[in-house]
Structure formats: structure tokens, C-alpha cells
Ligand binder design. Structure first.
Ligand code: AP5
Ligand code: MG
Length: 189
């Protein structure tokens, strides 16, 4: 199995590159952001709760997100493997993921960190905000807030995987295809 985590700040290209990776390697795409937005659209209890945080650009509480991923990993993991996009995003989530995977005897292959500078992130998200309909893309202040929260709460997850020798840093600047080639080289290594 090939089991990956794709990691990086808001706007780094996690979703864009995941779509290409799942096609080439035939993996399951688990994006917590996409799952939460689908819950919001369906107006489920989980969605209504998550909306309060997403609309403000804040992280949804760990217990909610961990419970959601736990259900998927315990029931639905099969085939060639998966790519986790947007999870784990806190040390608590990283610990919970290790525990879930250990229980299922599923190894995590690699963590792919897309490195993109602040200015480029802002540029991409402001541009996407024009037509994405995403509440958290609307305006500079909420985008800046998401990036700040990434630095405070999410960046430590990189060190967590560096200690396990699983983190690979990839230059996330360039065309989508150039970045995809860099990712494939690391995945195939
Ligand atoms: P989530 O949906 O995960 O959003 P995010 O991490 O903020 O990242 P984005 O999806 O905005 O960016 P991306 O890295 O996927 O980049 P993309 O490919 O889209 O999370 C949203 C919210 O949900 C969180 O704030 C939180 O509230 C909640 N949440 C989710 N997971 C959670 C968790 N685990 N715990 C707690 N809360 C959680 O690209 C961005 C743009 O750039 C696009 O327009 C794209 O076309 C463009 N682009 C991509 N690549 C390039 C390139 N090479 N050159 C130029 N433009 C490019
Ligand atoms: Mg995304």
C-alpha cells in the first residue's frame, strides 16, 4: 500500500496535487476540508458545528475531525492506499493518526510538504476567492488568519514527521505539472 500525507499551508496546492496523485497511483483522496464542506452543504449536525469554525478561518476542534477520520480509516481503507490532505493539522491529530494506523497495521509511507512562500499563498487564495464560493477565501484578513493559524498550530506537525524520518520537502512554486513531477520523484524513491 502507498499511504501518504500531503502537507502545507492554505493555498500550497494540496488539493490540486492530490487530484493528480490519486489518478496516477490509484489512491483514495481523504481531504478533511472537502469532507467538512460536503457536511456543511448537507446541513448535517457535524456540518453545522464545523461551519462555525471554518467561516472564521479557525481549525475545527480535534475531537470532531479525529472522530470523522477514524470512522473512515476503520471502515473504508482498502486497495492501493490513500492520500490524506489537510489532516493531521495538530500534534494531537498526528498522534491520533499514528494510533489508528498502528491498530490497523497500516504503515504511513511518506509525508509530502509543499513549501510555498507567504506572498504566493495570498496571491493564489485571493484569486481563488473570486469564484470558489469558499467562505474562508473571502478577503485578506481571513486568509492571513488561516496562514497564522497554520504557523501556530499546524507547522509543528512537520517536525513530528521529521523525527520519524518521513517528511519530504518539495518546492511548491512553479507550474502544476512541474510540482507534480517533483512529487512523483519523491513518491517513487
Ligand atoms: P482545507 O480545505 O484543508 O483548506 P486549506 O488547508 O486552508 O488549504 P486550501 O484547500 O485552501 O489549499 P490547498 O493547499 O488545497 O491548495 P489548492 O490546491 O486548493 O481546510 C479548510 C478549513 O477546514 C480549515 O481552515 C479548517 O477550518 C477546516 N479543517 C480542515 N481540515 C481540518 C483539520 N484536520 N482539523 C481542523 N480543521 C480542519 O490551491 C489553491 C489555489 O491555488 C487554487 O486556486 C489552485 O488552482 C491554485 N494553484 C494550485 N497550484 C498552483 C500553482 N502551482 N501555481 C499557481 N496556482 C496554483
Ligand atoms: Mg485544499
Amino acid at each position: 500500500m502507498l499511504n501518504l500525507v500531503i502537507f502545507g499551508p492554505p493555498g500550497a496546492g494540496k488539493g490540486t496535487q492530490s487530484n493528480k496523485i490519486i489518478e496516477k497511483y490509484n489512491l483514495m483522496h481523504l481531504s478533511t476540508g472537502d469532507i467538512l464542506r460536503a457536511e456543511i452543504a448537507s446541513k448535517t449536525d457535524l456540518g453545522n458545528e464545523a461551519k462555525k469554525f471554518i467561516d472564521k478561518g479557525e481549525l475545527v476542534p480535534d475531537n470532531i475531525v479525529i472522530g470523522m477520520i477514524r470512522k473512515i480509516i476503520e471502515r473504508n481503507i482498502s486497495g492501493n492506499g490513500f492520500i490524506l490532505d489537510g489532516f493531521p493539522r495538530t500534534i494531537e491529530q498526528a498522534n491520533a493518526l499514528d494510533e489508528m494506523l498502528n491498530n490497523k497495521k497500516i504503515p504511513l509511507s511518506k509525508m509530502l510538504f509543499l513549501d510555498v512562500d507567504h506572498e504566493e499563498l495570498i496571491k493564489r487564495l485571493l484569486s481563488r476567492g473570486k469564484d470558489s464560493g469558499r467562505s474562508d477565501d473571502q478577503g485578506l484578513s481571513i486568509i492571513e488568519k488561516r496562514i497564522n493559524i497554520y504557523h501556530q498550530q499546524t507547522k509543528p506537525v512537520l517536525e513530528y514527521y521529521e523525527k520519524q524520518n518521513k517528511a519530504y520537502k518539495i518546492n511548491g512554486i512553479g507550474t502544476v505539472d512541474e510540482i507534480f513531477d517533483r512529487l512523483c520523484k519523491v513518491i517513487d524513491k
